[in-house]
Ligand binder design. Structure first.
Ligand SMILES: NC(=O)c1ccc[n+]([C@@H]2O[C@H](COP(=O)([O-])OP(=O)(O)OC[C@H]3O[C@@H](n4cnc5c(N)ncnc54)[C@H](O)[C@@H]3O)[C@@H](O)[C@H]2O)c1
Length: 358
């Protein structure tokens, strides 16, 4: 802490997204950015011109040894998360790591173990779970406003930005997977997925993922960075209502359609065939208090660090998303075959589980 009682933050990886963390932690009254670390000297200099009070380094060890650093944000590409998070935990610092937490289940388990052994906060940046519209949607589902939840589907498409470290599914679908799990309140039982490297890359540029949550609840996620139409939409359909979350709309981010389809009693002479009734009603767009999801997420991280509380998007949450992504990889490799997801029961040590995983 500095003399103003502010926590010093180190940002590791300061590319397209990391610079947003620098801005947010500089804006929050409880924190300041002590150190920015990026391997690319020219990027570091560029960010340093915008934030002249932060220390700059290209060396991870130097950032972690800085005595002003109380907590660390890891925002490198996905393949760099494991090494940087482990080094930060070993240096005794609480960590907020971007999604996906790691690129393998074994690595996620090892990080959970490393954080637990040192009693350090390890939180994952599933930013959408700090988005006012998603929180409102969850409230509506939990208050039974949907009636019976039938299914969820989402579309996250745009032309670029194309990443060169992971495919479009690992890049974009963690958002939707984390939202689906949160809204439904559990992990899917099995997934199946198809995708294609349509741009001639060695990785999938487009993916269609089906998730089966049990109790007849299903989800579908379509991601693409090779689509000229930018869509950021998630739809929940239930027996009473259909709710649309449109993250690209500044005015009506959540729209509640008071429409639904319910089963009527089967008629005796219809041989058990069900009749369906359509409910029709208003379209309501509830007011969502304006707030920046990333700032809400960073504020929550600081609360957890200061009060020792469990993050809403903790490392277990991060592990679950990685488990689902790995199952999707296996399904892709087998032309969309269904892949079961076994919940990980932590009965033995994390290290033993890690050796058996992936
Ligand atoms: N939550 C969100 O909405 C959201 C949005 C975009 C990106 N992300 C996530 O943020 C992370 C970064 O994405 P990005 O788009 O900024 O990528 P990027 O490639 O633009 O930036 C990554 C930066 O990390 C640096 N770097 C890599 N390894 C490093 C190391 N060991 N030490 C120091 N610096 C290192 C690179 O030089 C680069 O500047 C990814 O995990 C991505 O999934 C999240």
């Amino acid at each position: 802490m500095n003399k103003n009682n502010q926590l010093g933050i180190a940002i590791i990886g300061c590319g397209y997204w990391g610079v947003n963390y620098v801005r947010v932690f500089e804006e929050l009254p409880e924190t300041y950015v002590a150190t920015i670390c990026d391997q690319r000297g020219e990027r570091l200099a560029e960010v340093g011109r915008r934030f002249p009070n932060a220390g700059l380094t290209t060396q991870l060890a130097e950032a972690l040894n800085d005595p002003n650093v109380d907590a660390v944000v890891v925002c490198t590409g996905a393949h760099g998360h494991y090494d940087a998070v482990l080094a930060a935990l070993e240096a005794g610092k609480p960590v907020l790591v971007e999604k996906p937490m790691t690129t393998s289940v074994a690595d996620s388990l090892e990080l959970i173990d490393a954080a637990e052994r040192r009693d350090l906060t390890l939180m994952v940046g599933h930013t959408f779970l700090y988005n006012g519209a998603v929180l409102k949607l969850k409230q509506l589902i939990d208050a039974d406003a949907m009636g019976q939840l039938y299914y969820l589907y989402s579309r996250r498409t745009n032309l670029g930005p194309i990443r060169h470290d992971v495919n479009a599914i690992w890049d974009l679908a963690p958002h939707d997977i984390s939202i689906f799990n949160y809204l439904i309140g559990r992990m899917p039982q099995w997934v199946s997925a198809v995708g294609s490297p349509i741009l001639g890359n060695c990785r999938e540029d487009v993916g269609f993922i089906s998730l089966h949550y049990g109790d007849h609840i299903v989800g579908n996620i379509h991601v693409s960075w090779a689509d000229p139409n930018k869509v950021r939409e998630l739809v929940a359909v239930g027996s009473n209502r259909r709710i649309v979350f449109d993250d690209a709309s500044s005015l009506e981010r959540l729209k509640i359609f008071e429409k639904g389809v319910v089963q009527a009693e089967p008629e005796a002479e219809s041989f058990g065939e069900y009749q369906f009734l359509m409910r029709d009603g208003d379209i309501i767009s509830p007011r969502i208090a304006p707030s920046e999801p990333l700032k809400n997420q960073c504020r929550h991280f600081i609360d957890c660090v200061l009060n020792g509380t469990q993050p809403n998007t903790d490392a277990q949450n991060g592990l679950e998303v990685v488990q689902i992504l790995r199952a999707i990889d296996r399904s892709l490799a087998h032309n969309g075959a269904p892949i079961e997801i076994e919940p990980i029961a932590i009965t033995t040590s994390y290290a033993e589980l890690a050796m058996a995983a992936d």
